[in-house]
Design a protein. Structure first.
Ligand SMILES: Nc1ncnc2c1ncn2[C@@H]1O[C@H](COP(=O)(O)OP(=O)(O)O)[C@@H](O)[C@H]1O
Ligand SMILES: [Mg+2]
Lengths: 308, 268
């Protein structure tokens, strides 16, 4: 037997005859999509002055800023020196280039950081509660009335489209400067984003238990409580923890508009060009965020593994 | 007595159940047979009102069930317990809670939200489980059980409803022969001892013959046979399963869903 070129095989010819055009049109479709994406990128880059040149010029100055962040000018010194130096590392609060000198306001920072974390906890809890309640009427597999689904979905959409900082800015007006405005702003945004994610989990829930509870005469509430919640709760909690991590960052940023916490302090020291204090705060925030990430990852693994 | 009058359910242009008229007396055990897509599941779901009829009536003891809404509808569902091929338990809840779910119609909303059951409800659930030989696994998660065990939990849940009618949709189609027999025996026992009407779809003819004194054959949404197992002649079976169904027919007649010894014992 001679080896036949596979492309000469009658089965392949038949395939080409029947589906060749379809295959080619799918290929063209993919290429067109790619071209459209590239075009959109170019247009967006032009509009936003996103030029490689500007990036190239900016990069060395990033180093310059970091240099300032990590240097101080002690009294009587000729010029800036590093914030830390090995011989001074464990000197007292009065001794420049020691840890204690760099973090001399650690007590204040810690209190403000804790306020920021509290804001994140409260905002996440409030947002979780609201998203939990709203996610069921927003899931079309559970609700026959299309109007209810439509209205709840649009509400959630609105909650997540208004940028948090803008919302905080607006809320500072009625609720005054301080953490409350920040908490509410983050809670609203959290409701919007978690609500959407919860909806997706709801849509993927197995409907057989729902039928089971419906068949015994259970109300809508009973169907949700007994057939859906046990299925989706581990996923909900996992998303909420993820959201908590994000909210710690958000509550820092939101402090900039006067909504309390470490962010407000960070804005102040940036405003006064107190570079070494900026670096101290940024390092503290970084440490806290990493710590929360690590802890919540552990907890999330436990949720996913465990029964509800 | 349950009466269906010209009961019809359409999905688009298709009539899944087509002008079915039947009358089923209290305490009967009726088997429904027919090929896949004949409308058996739709018929049972119509009776339980999991789906709404397009036309026709469902009358139980003088009330038109097809017109029920809201709380009355839920009361009706509570009286007509449903057993599903895939068990439809809540996997992540324990067996005891699954069984207590059978009482959900009577439980007020605050208790539903808190998932709070009374000691009486717990005791009733244990009784029901015990009757099915499942009290030992009451605290296990439902999805930790075998299919046969899950189906018996589903029957215990049905008993908790104190139903007038049990509707079983191919209850043994996913089970091995031994468990299939346990489940069919449990349904027969409920029927005999509690006087509960049992209407069950069955995918194998021999099971229907062994357990039911009345068999309803469906084809393309219509009832094409209604009578004793003895009347299921080759001719009638071809009406039910179709002209070109010799192979499937042989398979159905000699199905392995029940051990032959068990069948012989039942027949004797
Ligand atoms: N929800 C539905 N939507 C559309 N068609 C359906 C639906 N449920 C059942 N059908 C159709 O109705 C017919 C009867 O289905 P079914 O009652 O499940 O049959 P059986 O249980 O006898 O196999 C089938 O043709 C099926 O495709
Ligand atoms: Mg079916």
């Amino acid at each position: 037997m001679t080896a036949v070129n596979p492309t000469d095989d009658p089965a392949y010819r038949l395939f080409q005859q029947r589906f060749g055009a379809l295959r080619r049109s799918r290929q063209t479709e993919s290429l067109l999509t790619l071209a459209a994406v590239v075009l959109l990128f170019v247009i967006a880059a032009v509009w936003t002055d996103f030029s490689p040149e500007q990036i190239a010029n900016g990069i060395p100055r990033i180093g310059e800023y970091f240099g300032k962040l990590f240097s101080i000018e002690p009294k009587g010194s000729a010029g800036p020196v590093g914030v830390l130096a090995v011989p001074h590392l464990f000197g007292g609060v009065k001794e420049p280039q020691s840890i204690a000198y760099w973090f001399y306001r650690i007590g204040t920072y810690a209190a403000l950081l804790w306020q920021t974390i509290e804001m994140a906890i409260l905002a996440t809890a409030l947002g979780f509660g609201a998203a939990f309640a709203l996610s069921f009427p927003a899931t079309h597999t559970f609700v026959g009335n299309r109007a209810v689904v439509f209205v709840t979905r649009r509400l959630l959409e609105m909650m997540r489209t208004i940028p948090q900082v803008v919302l905080a800015f607006i809320l500072v007006w009625p609720f005054g400067i301080g953490p409350l405005a920040g908490i509410l702003a983050i809670a609203v945004h959290t409701t919007g984003t978690l609500g959407k994610l919860f909806c997706e989990l709801n849509e993927n829930a197995d409907l057989r238990p729902v039928d089971g509870i419906r068949s015994v005469g259970g109300s809508w509430l009973a169907q949700i409580r007994f057939a859906v919640v046990p299925q989706v709760l581990p996923g909900f909690l996992s998303y909420a923890l993820l959201r908590f991590e994000i909210n710690v960052r958000s509550s820092t940023i939101i402090g900039f508009v006067g909504a309390g916490g470490i962010g407000q302090e960070l804005k102040r020291v940036i405003g006064f060009n107190i570079y070494e204090e900026v670096s101290a705060i940024v390092i503290l925030i970084l440490l806290i965020v990493v710590a929360i990430d690590l802890i919540s990852e552990q907890i999330r693994h436990r949720f996913i593994g465990a029964a509800a | 007595m349950l009466q269906l009058v010209d009961l019809t359910r359409r999905f688009g242009d298709k009539r899944a159940v087509d002008r079915v008229s039947l009358s089923i007396g209290d305490g009967e055990m009726v088997g429904v047979i027919g090929r896949s897509g004949a409308g058996k599941s739709t018929l049972l779901r119509l009776i339980n009102r999991l789906i709404d009829p397009s036309e026709g009536k469902i009358v139980f003891d003088g009330t038109d069930v097809a017109a029920l809404r809201g709380k009355d509808l839920r009361a009706w569902r509570a009286r007509t317990a449903m057993i599903f091929q895939q068990f439809n338990l809540v996997n992540r809840l324990d067996v005891l809670t699954n069984v207590m779910c059978g009482r959900l119609y009577d439980i007020p909303a605050p208790r539903v939200l808190l998932k709070w059951f009374t000691p009486t409800e717990r005791a009733l659930a244990i009784q029901a489980l015990d009757r099915l030989g499942m009290a030992d696994v009451a605290m296990n998660r439902a999805d930790a059980l075998s299919g046969g065990q899950q189906q018996r939990v589903a029957i215990a849940r049905a008993l908790m409803q104190r139903p007038k009618i049990v509707l079983a949709d191919e209850p043994i189609a996913s089970l091995d022969p031994l468990n299939a027999k346990l489940v069919m025996d449990a349904l027969a026992d409920i029927n005999r001892r509690d006087g509960i009407t049992v209407l069950t779809n069955l995918h194998t003819l021999d099971t229907a013959r062994a357990y039911c004194r009345r068999i309803i054959g469906m084809s393309a949404g219509r009832v094409v046979y209604d009578g004793a197992p003895a009347g299921l002649t080759d001719h009638v079976l071809r009406d039910i399963y179709g002209q070109n169904a010799h192979e499937t027919l042989d398979e159905r007649l000699t199905s392995t869903s029940l051990p032959t010894a068990a069948l012989a014992a039942l027949a004797g």
